[in-house]
Design a protein around this ligand. Structure first.
Ligand code: GLC
Ligand code: CA
Length: 540
């Protein structure tokens, strides 16, 4: 293992959505023994750590983001012994395991909540957030959907509890020091068991103050994160990454302060939210404005340089497949998937690969009734009620549903893509016959091979970790070009974002440089071919 305490700055992290990765026992749901069987594949790819989406005990209303026991594994996924074995087997391959910590809320079936709702003087009552009914207010159903936050009536205590996500995910009361201490003890218990780090689910919500109408980042947020860091994260080599939808570059410098007072890095979404209509929400699709995208990436690259650390990603279990989104899932699937990879992997930060991204997996088209995800189902119900046509609702779901990323991993061209011998919990994408790991893992010009080579390049070239970032041609509508420079070498990354030829202003300059990687066999010419991309290096 890399002993450098900041090993994660040179690392690449692979995210596994356990439910959809590999099923070892034929029940149609991926599990921990399934992951263990695939560790050789991940070692071959070259990743340094695996971020596991939640595997703790959970009634699975939000696929594990509703935890009912933080210190046990859900039987769907295996046992604590399986987890110990996964940690040990991964370690043999120099891979660390990063757990997903859901600290903002628990499941409504967590023993703390079962106690809390028994009576107002129960010792756990104050673990959650409650309020009295206002005069004349109906004290029956709840008021809102996933994503907005609302209050749910509990007749036993004659109070409402607060929830930010679904009604089955009551929010913990972070202003109660007993809650915080119980969570820190739990985190330390996992670290003692050998996990290498934590991803903090919606960390920016921990300081919210719903009684004062303060959402997300409340005034105490960074105090809490610093307290948690002092209590649980100061272990040698432990990596922590905070999911923060609301982060800007200023708050990111707090979250990822290099003094280690909060977290190792931030996982923020400014770049990935650019392709929706200005007034709309995620379901209202719009083309990516390339110039704005470049500006956002540049701002994060420059402002965090030397004073913070960012994650580099396009996909996760909540986002659609990038090749369907910003590339071309048809004729130029391979070229565009590689272009997007080359573009991201030359930047400063820690790259994340979401399972199947390394194969260029695409979105899926399901029927309106076949969506499983709670958020998508709520959108379908709300938009039907609001009078949207089925056709427009389907378009939104095809473009943005979280199920796009959650279809089973495509291992082979065979039945169920080799994911399970049973009936998969979510349909397998038909295109597994062409797009699968078996076909790509040993093919020299596959998307897998491109990711593998990019991971190796990051390790071999310090300029990719530490060089200063400079955007070229900021106003160009077709090309994304940038330079990294650490005083010793200069890296140039040239990407054509379009599916047609575009004049190449860098032909002469790049002819004199070493080409590290590209997505076409032959050198760049006077015109960049569709989605053409390459990385070049020179010593200075
Ligand atoms: C995060 C997770 C998402 C989950 C939500 C509530 O955004 O990534 O999957 O539904 O938090 O825990
Ligand atoms: Ca299983």
């Amino acid at each position: 293992m890399n002993q450098n305490p900041n090993w994660w700055q040179q690392a690449v992290i692979y995210q596994i959505y356990p439910r959809s990765f590999a099923d070892s026992n034929g029940d149609g749901i991926g599990d921990l023994p399934g992951i263990i069987e695939k560790l050789d594949y991940l070692q071959k790819l070259g990743v340094d750590a695996i971020w596991l989406s939640p595997v703790c005990r959970s009634p699975q209303y939000d696929n594990g983001y509703d935890v009912s026991d933080y210190q046990d594994i859900d039987p769907l996924f295996g046992t604590l012994e399986d987890m110990d074995r996964l940690i040990a087997e991964a370690k043999k391959r120099d891979i660390r395991i990063i757990l997903d910590l859901v600290l903002n809320h628990t499941s409504h079936e967590h023993p703390w909540f079962l106690e809390a709702k028994k009576s107002r003087d129960n010792p756990y009552h104050d673990f959650y957030i409650w309020r009295e009914a206002k005069p004349g207010e109906p004290t029956d159903g709840s008021i809102a959907d996933f994503g907005y936050g609302a209050w749910q009536w509990v007749p036993e205590v004659e109070q409402f509890y607060y929830y930010q996500f679904s009604v089955w995910q009551p929010d913990l009361n972070w202003s109660n020091p007993k809650v915080r201490q119980a969570l820190y003890d739990m985190i330390n218990w996992w670290t003692d068991r050998g996990v290498g780090g934590f991803r903090l689910d919606v960390v920016d919500h921990l300081g919210k103050e719903p009684m004062r109408h303060i959402g997300k980042a409340g005034p105490k947020l960074h105090d809490y994160v610093r307290e948690m860091s002092a209590a649980a994260f100061r272990r040698p080599g432990l990596v922590t990454v905070g999911e923060a939808w609301s982060a800007n570059t200023e708050s990111a410098k707090l979250y990822s302060n290099p003094d280690g007072s909060e977290l190792s890095m931030v996982f923020q979404f400014e770049h990935i939210l650019l392709d929706q209509t200005p007034e709309g929400e995620k379901w209202d699709l719009a083309p990516l404005p390339l110039v704005a995208f470049k500006r956002v990436m540049e701002r994060w690259q420059r402002e965090l340089h030397g004073c913070g650390w960012n994650s580099l990603f396009y996909e996760n279990h909540d986002l659609p497949r990038i090749v369907s989104r910003w590339g071309d899932e048809g004729k130029c699937r391979v070229e565009s998937a590689k272009m997007l990879a080359i573009l991201l992997f030359g930047m400063e930060g820690t790259p994340y690969i979401y399972q199947g991204q390394e194969l260029g997996m695409t979105n899926i088209h399901l029927g309106l009734e076949d969506y499983d995800d709670i958020e998508t189902r709520n959108m379908i119900a709300a938009r039907r009620k609001a009078g949207y046509s089925d056709e427009s609702i389907l378009r939104s779901a095809y473009g943005r549903s979280r199920d796009n990323a959650r279809t089973p991993m495509q291992w082979t061209a065979g039945e169920n893509a080799g994911f399970t011998t049973g009936a998969p919990w979510l349909p397998v994408n038909e295109n597994h016959r062409e797009i699968n790991a078996e076909a790509q893992a040993d093919a020299p010009d596959s998307i897998f091979a491109c990711y593998r080579a990019l991971i190796a390049l990051r390790k071999a070239n310090p300029v990719i970790t530490a060089g200063e970032f400079r955007l070229l041609l900021p106003e160009d509508e077709d090309l994304f070009v940038y330079v990294r420079d650490d005083g010793k070498s200069r890296l140039l990354v040239v990407c054509n974002f379009r599916g047609h030829e575009v004049p190449n202003p860098f032909e002469a300059e790049t002819a004199a440089m070493t080409r590290l990687i590209g997505n076409y066999d032959s050198p760049m010419g006077a015109a960049l071919r569709p989605y053409e991309a390459a990385m070049f290096l020179e010593q200075i």
